[in-house]
Write a protein that binds this ligand. Structure first.
Ligand SMILES: [Zn+2]
Length: 319
């Protein structure tokens, strides 16, 4: 029973200011780079103090999870911002040519993190299905073709990551549960992404209707599936019970949409429910999703509660 995080963590306020200064031409790239590195160090320190077993760098360089990768892959173009979810805008990428590997996506971040922590590291990268679903397709005949093509690009990145020592990869696919009708495409894409990747692979899915992707999701070629449970009051654990869940479980048990800090007992009770489904060695306890929208002190407190709950339970269960 290990603790981990899903990916993002609140950015220090000074980093946001420095990114803006960089965009306005007030500081140079070297200045920005130093700020990124210092912010990663502060995230790592928070995670280490909280006692999280498997960490990531808090995604200090990522402003969102689609165009960040699209900008680094050949075949994408980003025209400008489009309106999504009411008044939120985001730079939606367009596929305008054959998708090909151009630049590393998380390799440098992984190597930097590896150099500053002894903790185990998990590398999260947005999956092929979600990136294509959240992009315009102006090149491929079908969405399916685009997804498989991107899956090959990501496969190369995963293999490169393994070569330099990555042992744990997380494919972020929040779009999958929102399109259960396309689950076959998503499943095939995962197979392409993990081909020849000698690492422990998890897939993170938040939002959407989990029931609609069962039992198909159990055939995905991954070691672990990570779901959000806290925000849904742990109701979805019933689905896992119904279908004899047999993979490792990433157990989202901290609500990232609420500033209320859970109590240790509350989290322990939730973990006990998860232990009715998987054995402790197949359970990875984490927050529901990335924590970037929370105030930093709240995120930190929530991580501490989560780790304390796991420690106390381990003691009680003598594991
Ligand atoms: Zn998520």
């Amino acid at each position: 029973m290990k603790t981990t995080v899903v990916g993002s963590y609140p950015k220090p306020k000074w980093l946001l200011r420095i990114v803006k200064m960089y965009k306005d031409g007030e500081v140079d790239e070297e200045f920005l780079e130093e700020a990124y590195r210092d912010s990663v160090k502060s995230v790592v320190k928070d995670h280490e103090i909280a006692g999280v077993d498997i960490i990531w760098d808090g995604e200090m360089r990522r402003e969102e999870m689609t165009s960040y990768f699209a900008e680094r892959i050949e075949g994408f173009e980003i025209y400008g911002e489009v309106r999504v979810w009411g008044n939120a805008y985001y730079p939606k990428p367009s596929i305008v040519g054959e998708l090909r590997y151009r630049d590393e996506l998380a390799l440098k971040d992984f190597l930097y993190l590896k150099g500053i922590t002894d903790r185990e590291i998990k590398v999260p990268i947005t999956g092929a299905y979600t990136i294509v679903d959240w992009s315009f397709n102006e090149y491929y005949k079908t969405k399916e073709d685009a997804v498989y093509s991107l899956a090959e690009v990501l496969n190369r990145e995963f293999r490169e990551l393994v070569k330099v020592g990555a042992k744990y990869i997380q494919i972020d696919e929040p779009a999958i549960p929102t399109h259960p009708d396309e689950i076959e495409i998503a499943k095939n894409a995962v197979e392409i992404m993990v081909k020849g990747v000698n690492a422990y692979v998890g897939i993170h899915m938040c939002y959407g209707n989990y029931r609609a992707i069962f039992p198909d999701v159990l055939d995905f070629k991954v070691d672990q599936i990570d779901f959000e449970f806290a925000n849904r009051k742990f109701e979805d654990l019933k689905i896992l019970k119904e279908y004899d869940y047999d993979k490792d479980l990433g157990f989202g048990c901290i609500d990232v949409h609420s500033r209320r800090i859970e109590s240790v007992d509350e989290v322990k009770n939730a973990i006990r429910m998860a232990l009715e489904i998987v054995d402790p060695d197949r359970l990875y306890v984490d927050p529901d999703c990335g924590m970037k929208l929370l105030p930093r002190d709240v995120a930190f407190e929530k991580l501490k509660v989560m780790v304390k709950a796991v420690e106390e339970l381990k003691e009680e269960l003598d594991i």
